[in-house]
Design a protein around this ligand. Sequence first.
Ligand code: E4P
Length: 223
Amino acid sequence: MKLLIDDAHIDLIKKICDYYPVDGVTTNPSILAKSGRQPFEVLKEIRSFIGKDTELHVQVVAKNAEGMVEDAHRIVKELGANTYVKVPSVPEGFKAMKILVKGNINITATAIYTPMQAFLAAKCGASYAAPYVNRIDNMGFNGIQVTKQIHDIFKNNNLKTEVLAASFKNSQQVLELCEYGIGASTIAPDIIEGLVKNQAITSAVDDFIKDFEALTGEGKTMS
Ligand code: E4P
């Protein structure tokens, strides 16, 4: 399972990339709005930090297919290779996806709440389909179950599209999808850090250091 950061805050992205194995960064218009800065200024800064070989997912905002296609071209022109254009999985979005895929633009179908949205996006040639795990839960359905179902639909129909699970609330949701072998998850920085935030782990490591220092002296290491 690929691991992506769902955030546009450059300091947080730098911190998470420094400590953890990260495969990319995803954003959406709401995440960009939180930065309070101009979208392409922030996005170019992220691209320049993560480099040209790392995935960057950026969403179109136009309401119709023609506008989405124009948005997509601008996004790719500004941000270069390994940019995935997030297109909402609505009728205008499917129309845009078909056009963009013909032009070799990488698509991440987004705003997915149902398996059939994901199926249609995959048939349009999207590289990823992004179900919103926690938002599905909040509607009274089971986000993990829907995400697994989408993964199975892709495999059973020989569709190359991978799941890029999004909208997480906790580590358990990430674990369940990781165990199932889905393609990718995009996770907010605090939840990535939460994957290993555990008193037992910290205290085990502290005890090893304490024992070693008792033998060799305070602050001593192997080097
Ligand atoms: C990803 O495609 C979504 O934009 C994002 O993960 C939604 O997350 P949220 O439900 O926490 O806003």
